[in-house]
Design a protein around this ligand. Structure first.
Ligand code: SAM
Length: 208
């Protein structure tokens, strides 16, 4: 896995160190432990949900430009793997997950593995205002548009990395940075994620 991350252009020493240290086999289903370090998304314990491909996790976390002691928000906890990588980069991480069962199991796993991550259950499209502001925010699911409440929870100089839907065939990984009180956005390339469901996201197909 590490060789392919380097081959695909991941350069940040702290991200490479974090990716080498977080035990991905502890975040995948028992049946997939043998494939834990394959460069692909794998199913997790909720219908249709996945632990993201390692390369995508590395790209997102590198784009966050985390520094030791940063306050970071991870939207879409899933297995907790990306939150663990962010924590291993030195950030104090709050991670929010809309599905209660995933939030509970990820919190237990992260605690057992000793990562500095607080998991909360709720709609991450609205951020976590009681813990804001954040130096960095990562969104692990595809948003239909820029999630404004998340952008509002950044400190000056803060970074928000979010996949935003770009037509029927995928998303653009987008980085927003708050510079002198203004939001500057840049596109980091195409990507593919499950939908972000919530008040400022997509509607839940199961309930609508
Ligand atoms: N980064 C995660 C990991 O390392 O395992 C994988 C994220 S998975 C691709 C997307 C997650 O986002 C799912 O667990 C899904 O339930 C969650 N999600 C979707 N919409 C959400 C929302 N509005 N707030 C919080 N979590 C959400």
């Amino acid at each position: 896995m590490m060789a392919s991350l380097i081959e695909y252009g991941i350069r940040s020493p702290s991200v490479l160190h974090a990716m080498a240290g977080v035990p991905r086999e502890d975040f995948v289903l028992e049946a997939d432990r043998a494939h834990a370090y394959a460069d692909r998304a794998l199913p997790i314990d909720a219908p249709g949900q996945t632990i993201s491909q390692p390369l995508m996790v590395a790209l997102v976390v590198e784009a966050l430009e985390l520094h030791e002691g940063d306050r970071a928000l991870d939207v879409g906890t899933g297995s907790g793997y990306q939150a663990a990588v962010m924590s291993a980069c030195g950030a104090h991480v709050v991670s929010i997950e809309r599905l209660e069962s995933l939030a509970r199991s990820a919190a237990e796993r992260l605690h057992r593995l000793n990562y500095d991550v607080e998991v909360v259950e709720g709609d991450g499209t609205l951020g976590v205002p009681e813990r804001a502001p954040f130096d960095a925010i990562a969104v692990g699911a595809a948003a239909p548009r820029l999630p404004i409440e998340l952008a509002r929870q950044l400190v000056e100089g803060g970074r928000l990395v979010v996949p935003i839907t770009d037509g029927p065939n995928g998303e653009q990984l987008t980085r927003l940075r708050l510079v002198n009180g203004r939001w500057e956005t840049e596109s980091l390339g195409p990507c593919r994620f499950v939908p972000l469901i919530g008040a400022d996201g997509y509607r839940d197909a199961a309930t609508s």
